[in-house]
Design a protein around this ligand. Structure first.
Ligand code: 2M8
Length: 457
């Protein structure tokens, strides 16, 4: 693999050039030679949706590495199509991250050794990432375009298999949406959106006598999930693992089965990206099928997760049939879908700008009872979900709002550094300081103001 020299960002003033260099530096520092880690301190393996966001930034400075990251992840895809939320690096010691390979105890598959990954998934961001890397390949010359076509051809059937796994095996509610079986699958781990569904999951605190929480060695205890929540997380993994990671009769056998608006908005966006990829690969009927799937998922999100009383999307607990009252930033993400009707899109854009959120959006309603300005996904600002939200504003023709959000995100990171997340009031950097997706998405925010091809005017 030949490293591509870093180009300077097009049309950016000096402050942005400095930010560009530091962002590219973070991506270099987090590259292990085989894949990019989210953070050298807290997350020493490869995380699934992190790799997708990272690829979106690498598209500008090192597309070959972007493809390598996506390949490394999809080489660990399970035979049933699921893409694991963590791929473990065999060169990293077991105790460097908990829960590590031994706890997950995944069997050998596809010629890979046992304990190579987790059995959970992440939001399927990778089709969109692959499309974005392809879209920017021409800036790197003819060889890069050639490589991008080869990589799209390799990834396409694997991306489709991921969609089929999520759309079929994970449709536990039977209404055309994918369910998550663990808060970690949402990517918004500790969000108040899961509190009601988690309340029925037993919390066996003795698990924390047996196992050591490595996250508390390397981060502030007031930012991370409580021991009670962590015990529930571990119990959920044990239940899924001990059932052989099977998805049969999930709603009866598993205590946490939830339809998340953000996860399903990404699922539908992946279909739209697959339609674009299928077009490049010369498969027009498959492109049509992907667009139909996207429309179907959008309709199911609207039918099942919209609350007309709150004018907002809420996660649905499939077992109880109840939607959580919590307003999480994930409820804003269906704005990414071009088939979302105008009234709902307007309501979401209004909520995003309201005192409950405000742009950049915090991870949870500022006026909500569970708002916490430091704890993981319970209030702090994360760049990745704001990047998705900006895309939603562009998709629905709200270019001025999207531009204001873009500038606010760039300023936030320039003033405070490439942190994992940010304080929702003063913008101070929190969590890990040289964080992969913050740096990667900064590159994209600096360089690209275009709207998706399917945006509405
Ligand atoms: C966080 O999740 C991990 C578990 O997967 C953790 O808290 O230990 C989340 O922010 C998740 O969205 C992210 O992918 C991961 C790595 O950055 O960290």
């Amino acid at each position: 693999m030949h490293p591509v020299p870093s180009p300077t960002a097009p049309d950016v003033p000096e402050m942005c050039a400095e930010l560009w260099r530091s962002a590219a530096g973070v991506l270099d520092a987090n590259w292990t030679g085989r894949h990019t880690v989210p953070s050298r301190t807290l997350y020493p393996h490869q995380w699934s949706w992190d790799s997708a966001f990272t690829a979106i930034g690498l598209a500008y400075v090192n597309p070959a590495r972007a493809w390598r990251d996506l390949r490394s992840l999809f080489e660990a895809q399970w035979p049933d199509g699921r893409v694991p939320h963590i791929v473990f690096d065999p060169e990293i010691p077991e105790d460097a991250y908990f829960p590590g390979p031994r706890f997950w105890n995944v069997p050998a598959y596809n010629g890979r050794p046992a304990r190579g990954s987790t059995g959970l998934v992440h939001p399927p961001m990778h089709a969109l990432a692959a499309w974005e890397v392809y879209r920017h390949a021409s800036a790197h010359g003819a060889d890069a375009v050639q490589q991008a076509r080869v990589e799209l051809g390799w990834l396409y059937p694997r991306l489709v298999a991921q969609q089929e796994y999520l759309g079929d095996r994970r449709d536990a509610g039977g209404g055309g949406l994918a369910s998550i079986v663990h808060p970690w699958e949402s990517g918004l781990d500790n969000s108040p959106a899961w509190d009601d569904a988690l309340a029925t999951v037993p919390a066996d605190l003795r698990l924390l006598d047996t196992y050591h929480r490595r996250d508390l060695d390397v981060s502030d205890v007031t930012h991370r999930p409580t021991d009670t929540d962590y015990a529930r997380y571990l119990g959920l993994v044990e239940n899924y693992r001990d059932g052989g990671y099977s998805d049969t009769a999930l709603a009866e056998r598993h205590p946490f089965v939830v339809e998340c608006p953000g996860f399903n908005a990404v699922l539908a966006t992946a279909e739209l990206a697959l339609a674009q990829i299928a077009g490049v690969l010369g498969r027009p009927s498959e492109a049509r099928r992907h667009r139909e799937h996207a429309r179907g998922i959008t309709a199911a999100i609207s039918d099942r997760l919209w609350d007309p009383e709150t004018d907002f999307f809420h996660a649905l607990d499939v077992r109880s049939g109840r939607r959580t009252p919590a307003r999480s930033v994930s409820g804003l993400l269906p704005l990414m879908l071009p088939d979302l009707d105008r009234a709902r899109a307007d309501a979401l854009a209004e909520a995003a700008g309201s005192p409950r959120f405000g742009l950049p959006a915090p991870s949870y309603d500022r006026t909500g009872p569970a708002f916490d300005d430091r704890r993981y996904w319970r209030g702090p600002i994360w760049v990745n979900v704001n990047w998705l939200l900006r895309r939603g504003l562009l998709v629905h023709g709200r270019r001025d709002d999207a531009e204001r959000l873009r500038q606010a995100l760039v300023r936030l990171v320039h003033r405070n550094g490439h942190y994992e997340y940010f304080h929702p009031e003063d913008g101070g950097g929190l969590g890990s300081p040289a964080f992969g997706w913050t740096a990667a998405l900064c590159l994209d925010l600096l360089a690209d103001r275009s709207a998706p091809a399917y945006a509405r005017s």
